[in-house]
Design a protein around this ligand. Structure first.
Ligand SMILES: [Zn+2]
Length: 715
């Protein structure tokens, strides 16, 4: 089997993505490899395909238990025999897995680095043919990196002590020059092929929004994207809880995750998110390591992260399936204050003064880089790429800043009027009164308070309210004004001394939303177009079919206890809506449908498509088909797109959401051997039915039925 045949047969794809083929060719030719590829570039394919072609077994060393489990599930789903060995298994299970692996039952075995020293594992490794050792998250081997793991150093001895040196391949998504050198040296790669596919993620649209009313932004954003899955990162647990409450009250199917929750609750939140029961998650940065959910359409940062490394990694959890996705950072000057404060409070015990000072300086620099990102008027993508050492000059035309123009306006005189007005209020009134007064509003309340008699009444009547609002908020940021934090916050005078100096100016940026360059039909543009979502190719009928297939996927996912995206990802479902396959053969032509999945799920998807087509005669599912039908009528295109965007996107199904939440997680799911073992033990330890149901996230009835099956309770 060639690499391409393997790709088609198992994974259902016709062609490799950028960089993959060269890496695979090097490995299969027996050469070591170091590949630095951004998340979502398809790095696992780069070792999974060669593992199928090489003799013997391939060991993949990975630090993340949940990721291992996910990968093994996904491999088994496409019919590749794989297993993982880590601390989530009992000793008995590990022995069994190793025995099977020794008999050649698996092509790929995932293993945690700690395992490499254990007697059982060494004995196994000495007696089987290991054709390749793949080091995933290879940056963990470097002390320069942020995620240094001492256990990674054990890999070196492990490889050295194998009877025959295997091919060594190393993969990572982030590596500065120092980290790269470390990986090459410490792992002693021999004449390696080094592939750097770059940090750019073309499908991610970066945006920074300088706003104060973040909750409103988030609520509006989710309301405008009800069918999308997203992550919202907050800096603190308190923020997570607050935002969670606000969204939950609005009926948004949302869950939350932070280190203050107990293990069980966190696991449940994580699963609700992964299994799309709650497509939106509010979390601290404790969430996300090892989450491989491919259909995350947006990542919103409610607060500014503390470094670009963190931001790139967290925002990068959007769009792993390659579909256009948004990375939005909500910035307010207060974030800087909080971050500085957290930095000051950081615990440096155990470090000497000099070291502590160095780290402090490093952290402060990282913070400044992040602040620069939030405040830059330049291309956001280039800012990120430049930080990671890729020189990009031409603006990307696909980020928030590239799509907006601004002018600087000298607002010093206006700022002075604001200060005069606040002085006249003697710091007693809030923003609304100050604004109304300055604009000369005709309001009973202003007459009541007597501000209509002020000298500044109507002083800025020629300005629009939003502009004055941002002027005042900028003045608060710059310290000229002070806004109290109580419920009824009032504006007070800040430090206005600098304004007495004639040379001090208050410059304000006036942004204008730039119209997208392309014409409405998306064709008459010379410039690089913003990537469009694949669903844009669908008409409203096509979208209905997509929804129907998504429902079917969810149903199957629940039966199989698998995350929906492991069954098929969104892109594959959309391709089904476009190609409308009628036979198994047709279905295999759909991108992402391999032999095994065709056999397993093909009939159900084919009959869903068939019954949809039957019950919607004469309706076309793609814009293209409609255009063909409309015989080149220009109006047809436009109405088609509008329809696909505006109608047919269902609102949150609250009832279904509740149903999903009230029913325990695992209810109805297949029992694994491991879970059965646990259940038997719990029963023997005298646990009650209710406790066991809770432990297993199943219904009492489900537990009873299982115990009956094992003959532990009366029939
Ligand atoms: Zn840009």
């Amino acid at each position: 089997m060639t690499a391409r045949e393997a790709l088609k047969h198992f994974f259902g794809y016709d062609s490799f993505r950028k960089g993959q083929e060269d890496i695979i060719a090097s490995i299969t030719a027996g050469r070591d490899v170091l590949a630095i590829m951004p998340t979502g570039a398809g790095k696992s394919i780069c070792y999974q395909v060669p593992a199928l072609m090489l003799p013997g077994v391939c060991l993949v060393i990975s630090p993340l238990i949940s990721l291992m489990q996910d990968q093994v599930k996904a491999l088994n789903e496409v019919g590749i025999h794989a297993a993982f060995i880590n601390s989530s298994l009992t000793e008995g299970q590990i022995r069994r897995a190793l025995a099977l692996a020794a008999e050649g039952a698996y092509k790929i075995v995932y293993v945690a680095p700690e395992r490499l020293e254990s007697y059982d594992f060494l004995e196994f490794a000495g007696n089987v043919e290991i054709s390749m050792v793949t080091v995933d998250e290879a940056h963990c081997i470097s002390q320069w990196g942020q995620d240094f793991r001492p256990s990674y150093l054990k890999i070196v001895d492990f490889i050295r002590n194998l009877p025959k040196r295997p091919i060594v391949s190393a993969f990572t998504a982030t590596a500065t020059e120092e980290v790269k050198e470390d990986i090459l040296c410490i792992l002693s790669l021999i004449d390696p092929y080094v592939a750097v596919t770059g940090f750019d993620r073309e499908n991610l649209y970066y945006r920074v929004e300088s706003i104060r009313k973040k909750d409103e932004f988030v609520i509006d954003y989710i309301a405008a994207h009800p069918e999308d899955s997203g992550i919202i990162y907050c800096a603190t647990r308190k923020n997570v809880d607050k935002l969670f409450e606000a969204l939950f009250k609005k009926g948004v199917p949302v869950t939350r995750y932070h280190a203050g929750m107990d293990n069980e609750a966190r696991k449940k939140s994580q699963d609700d998110f992964i299994y799309d029961r709650a497509p939106v998650i509010i979390a601290t940065n404790a969430f996300g390591m090892g989450i491989d959910k491919s259909n995350v359409r947006y990542v919103i940062h409610y607060n500014m992260p503390q470094s670009m490394e963190n931001y790139y990694q967290e925002a990068g959890r959007a769009g792993r399936d390659g579909e256009p996705s948004q990375c939005i950072l909500l910035f307010s000057a207060q974030d800087m204050v909080i971050d500085r404060f957290l930095l000051e409070k950081k615990d440096f015990s155990g470090l000497d003064e000099e070291e502590a000072e160095l780290i402090k300086q490093r952290d402060m620099r990282r913070l400044q880089v992040m602040e620069g990102y939030c405040r830059t008027a330049g291309c956001l993508r280039n800012y990120i790429l430049n930080y990671f050492g890729e020189k990009a000059v031409t603006p990307c035309d696909n980020c928030g800043n590239c799509h907006r123009e601004y002018q600087e306006q000298d607002m010093t005189a206006q700022a002075k009027q604001v200060i005069n007005c606040v002085a006249e209020t003697k710091g007693r009134y809030g923003l609304t009164i100050v604004l109304g007064t300055l604009m000369g509003a005709d309001r009973a309340r202003l007459r009541e308070l007597g501000t209509v008699e002020y000298k500044t009444y109507g002083a800025l009547k020629d300005y629009r309210e939003p502009q004055l609002r941002s002027l005042i908020s900028q003045m608060v940021e710059e310290g000229y004004l002070y806004q109290t934090q109580e419920q009824y916050s009032v504006l007070k005078m800040g430090d206005i001394a600098p304004l007495r100096d004639e040379s001090t100016r208050v410059m304000m940026r006036i942004y204008q939303e730039k119209e997208p360059e392309r014409g409405l039909d998306g064709r008459n543009s010379e410039k690089k177009k913003a990537p469009r979502r694949s669903t844009d190719a669908l008409t409203s009928a096509g979208y209905d079919l997509f929804e129907a297939l998504r429902k079917l996927r969810l149903e199957i996912a629940r039966e199989e206890s698998l995350p929906p995206y492991i069954i098929f990802n969104d892109k594959t479902l959309i391709d089904m809506c476009i190609k409308l396959p009628k036979t198994a053969e047709d279905l295999l032509k759909v991108s992402g449908v391999g032999e095994r999945k065709q056999e397993k799920y093909g009939d159900r998807f084919l009959s869903a498509i068939e019954s949809f087509v039957e019950s919607h005669p004469h309706s076309v599912t793609t814009i293209q088909a409609r255009e063909d039908e409309a015989d080149g009528d220009g109006d047809g295109k436009l109405s088609g797109r509008q329809e696909s965007k505006s109608s047919a996107k269902p609102k949150f199904d609250r009832a279904e959401f509740n149903r999903a939440r009230n029913r325990p997680d695992g209810a109805g799911a297949a029992w694994s051997e491991e879970e059965d073992e646990r259940l038997k033990q719990e029963f023997q330890e005298g646990m009650t039915m209710a406790e066991m149901a809770r432990q297993h996230s199943r219904t009492r009835g489900g537990i009873e039925a299982r115990l009956k099956k094992h003959g532990l309770i009366e029939m």
